[in-house]
Design a protein around this ligand. Structure first.
Ligand code: 26W
Length: 861
């Protein structure tokens, strides 16, 4: 009898009388019985749950807190995942399967419990078992601290892609950083954003397992020594100034209703020696732990900047740390599977999630040449066939470039390797574009102008066999603008991979009433084949269907209105049009255009109190990078307008403005199902793709948007009659820029704008303080870099059209049904299918759950 077995017998009295299940095996809990994918019946769930309450939390129900119950449940579910996990890992090992390695500095996973229950198909069973123990699954789910290991779009895309890769049974390793503190928690105080430390690990994390046995060492700083080896071959030795140890933590990533569980491997840094007793004995107590503190600082916190490079050395250290750990881990897997080094690029397809992990190209060269003695050319051939690079932004301020000083002092060997790569590369450029020195300078990995920089996007392009943008328009702009020179050099490398989102979390999990209704009408195939939603088209004109469709949204709104009052104290009318803009706060995303229009509508209502407009609730949400002053001022303005409008009785509740604090994955799951209008109003040519736009469409919201990012493809899919389009196109904006855009003239020519600005400048929304919003007002009147004033009237007119169309409930509902029916393309399954076919050349590997005894006798990855 094992510890777990006796415990079960002794610990939870009410379960002792239950007969011993026949098929249960001595060692592991019955969940390992292969023949059933949903292993446990209610009684077994309750027993395992109470087992864990005692053995994991050391609690009996009388003493247990909600959090204890959550942890006990989480361990029940995690244990169920273990069986798949071990089975997948062992079939991948046995088949030496080609594996996708997704390298990302951010993974915005969101809470695991609900998603794992959905993918295991156990939600209902667990809910009933807990209910019989007097517990509520929904309440326990609130106990989970959201792992906020990302800023926004890029990090969340990585998470959606892991879900699709597991659901499509593609052998995958997600590699990243296990930040001790994720994205800050946002509090709003007196209308201003406050950042609170995100202590997501304070109660421990039941969803990952430390794997110290696979720890690796990472070097930093120091210098290189060039020497000749026994065979007289030139070799380089790196004498680091500091070494840190990388500890991997593995989180199982379950596919939807299959036997697959892939691995997300996040690295934590620690000191080789966490306590130096010799230094301590010399009385230098702080010195004794100095190494420990320095090393652990490496993975202490996520940089909260979204699309602004801050060029901090620690950021480069973080990037190099997780990249070196991950590549060393891949080489270990090669060794374990006895695959010769020369075939590295056949075993692994490595995706660089933007330039943040791009140092991997130089690091693989160092490992192959310096650590494994491979000839340079052979190593370079392997390296260029191992990496592919995804670009997620066109903003110049978001393109990473490291000052040579910082780079060379932290990574002296990589500096040499990059110079050598650059030499070979520029030779190729010169041979292709003879005498075109400007082009050579523009393409070089080194920016020689003024202070010298390493251009990480250039390194990524030179070291990758594929380069892709994340929406058709974005990929075109990469080829015609940001990476034009590389496109002219290697057009064959350039591809488009339009983003997608997982329909599991963003529809099936977050909007169960709509998901259930869809399944009731077209079956459940859509969950793994979203194009099946097309079958809803034939219901678009069905009045009964439409009424039910409207009722589902209406009930979601009512529930959310109660949540909102509880969270913000603001009461909103659930019958009003829910107009939602949630995303990181950034001037190119133009939250300020949205609030200027709200002020316009407010002024119109004040001028005509009996005006009968479509009552609206404007919901905003999003974090601003702590150092981004204009973004923080925009948050203040939204709250300032809200505090006036929401209290103005003369409006008869026709307008409400609410800033929902701490927008994150959990709050996203609450807000997408209640939205009716999705604000995708970025300056054309600035939003690479957007993914929130896709989540809104899947949940039946209509989009008001510009021809930017993936909006263009959404418009194509749903049809112009089902999309509220406004604003200047990319070409218009480029022409305006060429001809010289003078926002002040636009302002002068537009009476409504003048009214809006005079109210703003008067201090009306700032308790009379006319100075508060001056920076924003002057930015818009005299530079307006994101063409807010240029698009204002078109936007305002479009918003009025929205109000009119909403009044025709039948027409609105038809448009909503067609938007959902035509959202199939925007599934992350479609995107991943394309990556597998066009970039990674990888095939699914089916996992058959292993019999328990076979697991005990097999080595795994
Ligand atoms: C170095 C600072 C930094 C941090 C993050 C620079 C750039 C980033 C990311 C690339 C920003 C980001 O999340 N970009 C968003 O990526 C999404 C996924 O592809 C797109 O849908 C969004 O349009 C894009 O803004």
């Amino acid at each position: 009898m094992t510890a777990r077995e006796d415990a079960r017998v002794n610990a939870s009295p009410e379960l002792t009388d239950a007969p011993e299940p026949e098929e249960s095996v001595p060692m592991m809990s019955p969940s390992l019985d292969v023949k059933r994918t949903t292993p446990m019946d209610k009684e077994e769930i309750k027993r395992a749950f109470l087992d864990n309450l005692f053995y994991v939390q050391g609690k009996f129900p009388v003493l247990a807190t909600q959090h204890d119950y959550y942890m006990a449940l989480a361990h029940v579910i995690r244990d169920l995942l273990l069986h798949r996990w071990v089975s997948s890992a062992s079939v991948y090992t046995a088949e030496k399967a080609r594996t996708v390695c997704y390298l990302s500095a951010e993974f915005l996973m969101g809470p695991h419990l609900g998603n794992n229950l959905l993918n295991l198909g156990m939600g209902e069973q667990i809910r009933q078992a807990l209910a019989e123990l007097g517990l509520s699954l929904d309440e326990l789910m609130q106990e989970e601290a959201e792992p906020g290991l990302g800023n926004g779009g890029l990090g969340r895309l990585a998470a959606c892609y892991l879900d699709s890769l597991a659901t499509l049974e593609i052998p995958t390793l997600g590699y990243g950083i296990r930040y001790e503190f994720g994205i800050f928690e946002q509090e709003i105080a007196d209308g201003w954003q406050l950042e609170r430390t995100d202590k997501w690990l304070r109660y421990g994390n039941p969803w990952d397992i430390a794997r110290p046995e696979w720890a690796v060492e990472v070097k930093l700083g120091g210098h290189t020594e060039h020497y000749r080896d026994a065979k007289g071959e030139p070799r380089v030795r790196w004498k680091p100034e500091q070494t840190v140890v990388g500890i991997p933590y593995d989180t199982p990533i379950a596919g939807y209703r299959n036997n697959t569980a892939n691995t997300l491997r996040l690295w934590r840094a620690e000191a080789p020696e966490s306590f130096d007793v010799a230094v301590f004995n010399r009385g230098d107590y702080y010195g004794a732990v100095e190494q420990k503190v320095k090393s652990e600082n490496l993975t202490k916190v996520l940089y909260p900047n979204d699309e602004q490079v801050k060029g901090k050395q620690l950021r480069l250290e973080q990037q190099y740390f997780f990249v070196s750990c991950s590549l060393q881990d891949m080489l270990r897997i090669m060794r374990v599977q006895h695959i010769p080094l020369e075939r590295f690029h056949e075993k692994f397809a490595i995706q660089l999630n933007d330039t943040h992990p791009a140092i991997a190209i130089a690091e693989l060269m160092r490992l192959l040449v310096d650590e494994h003695g491979m000839p340079w050319q052979q190593a370079w051939a392997i390296t260029r066939r191992s990496f592919a690079y995804t670009n997620h932004t066109l903003l110049p301020e978001a393109l990473e470039r490291w000052p040579i000083g910082i780079f060379a002092s932290l990574l002296p060997r990589h500096m040499e390797i990059i110079y050598e790569i650059n030499a070979g590369f520029l030779e190729e450029v010169r041979s292709r574009f003879n005498g075109d020195h400007d082009r050579v300078g523009r393409l070089s990995l080194i920016d020689e102008g003024g202070e010298r920089y390493v251009r990480m996007a250039h390194l990524a392009c030179v070291g990758s066999y594929a380069i892709n943008g994340v929406a058709q328009l974005h990929s075109e702009l990469l080829k015609s603008d940001v990476l034009r020179d590389f496109y002219e050099l290697w057009p064959e490398k350039f591809q488009n991979k339009t983003n997608g989102v997982t329909p599991r979390r963003w529809l099936a999990l977050s909007n169960p009433s709509l998901a259930g209704f869809i399944t009731a009408n077209i079956g459940e195939g859509w969950v793994t084949d979203l194009d099946k939603l097309k079958e809803l088209e034939r219901r678009a004109d069905d009045a009964v269907f439409g009424a039910k469709w409207r009722e589902i949204k209406r009930l979601n709104k009512h529930q959310y209105a109660m949540y909102l009052r509880h969270k913000t104290g603001v009461g909103v009318d659930p019958e009003s049009l829910f107009d939602v803009q949630v995303k990181r706060i950034h001037e190119y995303k133009r939250q300020h255009l949205n609030i200027l229009n709200v002020i316009r509508m407010y002024l119109e209502l004040k001028a005509n109190p009996n005006l009968d407009i479509q009552p609206r609730t404007f919901l905003f949400g999003g974090k601003a990078a702590p150092g981004y002053r204009m973004a923080k001022l925009i948050i203040k303005l939204i709250n300032a307008v809200g505090s006036v409008v929401n209290r103005d009785k003369s409006l008869r509740n026709q307008l409400k403005v609410v800033f929902v604090p701490n927008y994150n994955v959990s709050n996203g799951q609450r807000i997408y199902p209640v939205a009716e209008l999705s604000e995708q109003i970025s300056t054309a040519g600035k939003e690479a793709s957007g993914t929130g736009n896709m989540k809104f469409q899947m949940n039946g919201a209509l989009t008001i948007g510009t021809l930017d990012g993936a909006n263009v493809e959404m418009l194509e899919e749903v049809g112009a009659e089902n999309f509220f389009l406004f604003g200047h196109t990319v070409d218009d904006i480029q022409r305006l820029q060429r001809e010289g855009y003078r926002p002040f003239e636009t302002f002068e020519r537009n009476g409504i704008l003048r009214e809006v600005f005079s109210l703003l400048q008067s201090g009306f929304f700032a308790k009379g303080d006319a100075e508060l919003f001056r920076p924003l007002v002057e930015n818009l009147l005299y530079s307006d870099p994101f063409f807010v004033l240029a698009d204002f009237q078109s936007y305002a007119d479009c918003q009025d059209e929205v109000g009119r169309v909403y009044q025709d409930a039948g027409r609105w509902t038809r448009m909503s049904i067609l938007n959902v029916a035509r959202s199939g393309k925007f599934s992350s399954d479609r995107a991943i299918d394309e990556y597998c076919r066009d970039i990674w050349n990888v095939k699914p590997v089916k996992t058959n759950l292993l019999k328990q005894h076979r697991i005990m006798h097999r080595s795994i990855q």
